[in-house]
Every structure is written in structure tokens, then in C-alpha cells.
Design a protein around this ligand. Structure first.
Ligand code: SER
Length: 318
């Protein structure tokens, strides 16, 4: 990868991935793509070039790819699961019509493409415990439907046209930098804001409901390492199960209380979020990622919690 375009560079993943990519490949080699109203600021704006890159506008994407001689695209534009249920048509336009634009530009200009999939690509009749790499994917949300379609369309472009498409199925990503907007796993981020602010946390997910999670530094590494992996070793492409930890709300609450003993949590279950959470795996089997490109998470629940509390305390002070 010489020159990279990040579509959605100011979002939950993009805001950190763009900076990480610039560290690795050089600031001038990574274009921060954004939509009007979500302009890059601070380090993101100053660390390298930026351009309006609306995923629904194929001609605009083609222009950027030519202008900056792009050979790899991180396509991070998406609506998360809960907000997508409120705007299914928009979720499809961004997730699938947008992906089509990206893949077409990639085909014409020989770019590699990374488009995240998700634990949301699984559904109620997927085996929930140690969910295999290759298994039933019949999701009930529009988010999940678009992610399954993302995987299939990306594989199709690889098989038919040789476009170097790769992807991981991200679990809930936990970070202190950019908050997620409208996902089912958001509670695992929100709980830290409540703890650090000394507020009681109202948990929208019921006791005992486990979901896979990952600390953002591991998520960024997963995306970057997969794109650098030797293609000869890849049996799968779109997308790999990856995970770092799996827990129910009471377990992360207990972990936070080890450091914030006065912190209080009560359940106020949100029926939509709960239904979505119950349809997703309890724990993923990520053996294929480990074997095919050497995936290994660095953070578990205890190490992630310690780092989150330290960094968020620092951030909310400033
Ligand atoms: N974090 C996403 C969501 O909750 C799942 O990939 O929608």
C-alpha cells in the first residue's frame, strides 16, 4: 500500500485508524475522506491531506483515487445497528450502494479494499457459542443484512475481477476517543463515561447477555495487519471472525468497580437493543484469522478496563 483513502475518517473507527495509518505509511500518503458536516479537526486535519469523499458519489471517489494515486481504500462509511433500524433505506444506500461505488472504483483503478463486517452479520439461528468462521448467517437487522451483502459482494469482486478485498467481522469496539453512534454494543463504552463522571449507569442490555468486544488498539491492528497479510495464505477474505473478549454487562460492571468501588449500575433494558443483542453470538471462534494471518489480541477485559479508565479520566479532565 502506497497511498490510502479512508472513507469515513472522522467516524468511530476512522478517526483513530487514519492517524494509525499515517504513522505507518506517512502523513501525506493517507487521505482523510469525510462528508460535509463531519470535517476532520485537529490532528486529523493537520496530519495529512483530506477530501470530501461521499461514498454514495462514485465520480467523486474516482476523482480522489486518481488525484492521489490511491491503491488502497478503507471503506468505513456505515450506520450502526440501532440507528440503521430507524433509517433502513439510508443504511442500504450507504452500506451497499456505497460499497458498489467503492468496488467499481477499485476495479477500475486496481485498489485493495477493506470494508468492515460485524458480529451483526450473524442471526438468531447462528450457533451462539464459539460461532464458527463459516456458518449460518441469517441476520434480522438491516445492518446485518447489509453486512452479509458486503461480505458476499466483496468476495464476488475478488473472484470475478481480482479486486483485493479483505475484511474482518468486528465485535463491539471500545474506545475513549470517538464515541460510537447508535450501535447495540455502545453500552460497553457508555458505562466508562458514567463511571468516570461519577454517575449511575442505566444499562440497556439485560444481565447475562454476552457479546464479543475488542479494545480499539486491537481493532486498528486487525484492520492494518489483515491488509498487509500475505495473500497466498488467505483461504478466507470477507470477512474473518476476530475477537478479544466476551462478557455480559455484570462482568464489565464488576471489573470497573474494582477501580471505582462507588460506581452504581441499574438495568433499564431497551427492547430493540436487547432483541438485537440476543440475536448475535455470545462468543466468536477466530481460529481462521489466527491461522491465516497471525491474528492475536493484546487486550483482555482487565487490561482494557484499566487503560480505558486511565485515558478517559485524563480526557474528561482536559
Ligand atoms: N458495534 C456494532 C453495533 O453495535 C456492531 O458491529 O452496531
Amino acid at each position: 500500500m502506497k497511498n490510502i483513502l479512508v472513507i469515513g475518517s472522522t467516524g468511530q473507527i476512522g478517526s483513530e485508524l487514519t492517524t494509525a495509518l499515517r504513522k505507518q505509511y506517512g502523513g501525506n500518503h493517507v487521505v482523510a475522506g469525510y462528508i460535509p458536516g463531519a470535517e476532520p479537526k485537529g490532528e486529523l486535519a493537520e496530519g495529512g491531506p483530506s477530501a470530501i469523499a461521499d461514498v454514495t458519489n462514485g465520480a467523486q471517489l474516482a476523482d480522489i483515487v486518481q488525484r492521489y494515486d490511491i491503491d488502497a481504500i478503507y471503506n468505513l462509511a456505515a450506520l450502526l445497528s440501532v440507528v440503521a433500524e430507524q433509517k433502513p433505506q439510508l443504511a442500504w444506500r450507504i452500506g451497499i450502494d456505497g460499497l458498489w461505488n467503492v468496488l467499481e472504483v477499485a476495479r477500475e483503478h486496481q485498489c485493495a479494499v477493506f470494508t468492515p463486517s460485524s458480529i451483526g452479520s450473524f442471526g438468531p439461528n447462528t450457533p451462539h457459542e464459539l460461532t464458527p468462521q463459516d456458518t449460518i448467517q441469517r441476520p434480522k437487522t438491516i445492518y446485518g443484512v447489509s453486512k452479509v451483502c458486503t461480505e458476499l459482494l466483496s468476495d464476488y469482486y475478488f473472484t470475478k475481477y481480482g479486486v483485493d478485498t479483505r475484511s474482518v467481522r468486528f465485535p463491539g469496539l471500545i474506545s475513549y476517543v470517538t464515541p460510537p453512534g447508535g450501535g447495540t454494543t455502545d453500552y460497553a463504552v457508555d458505562i466508562f463515561y458514567a463511571a468516570v463522571r461519577g454517575e449511575k449507569f442505566l444499562c440497556p442490555i439485560a444481565k447475562g447477555t454476552r457479546m464479543d468486544m475488542m479494545y480499539m488498539p486491537d481493532g486498528l491492528r486487525a484492520a492494518m495487519e489483515l491488509m498487509e497479510a500475505n495473500p497466498d495464505k488467505l483461504i478466507h477474505r470477507n470477512g474473518f471472525n476476530v475477537t478479544a473478549m466476551s462478557f455480559p454487562p455484570e462482568k464489565i460492571y464488576a471489573e470497573i468497580r474494582k477501580r471505582c468501588p462507588d460506581f452504581k449500575m441499574e438495568y433499564q433494558v431497551d427492547p430493540l437493543k436487547q432483541a438485537i443483542a440476543e440475536s448475535w453470538p455470545d462468543s466468536l471462534d477466530d481460529t481462521a484469522a489466527r491461522e491465516e494471518w497471525g491474528w492475536r489480541p493484546e487486550f483482555g477485559l482487565a487490561t482494557m478496563t484499566r487503560d480505558m479508565l486511565e485515558k478517559l479520566t485524563e480526557k474528561l479532565k482536559g
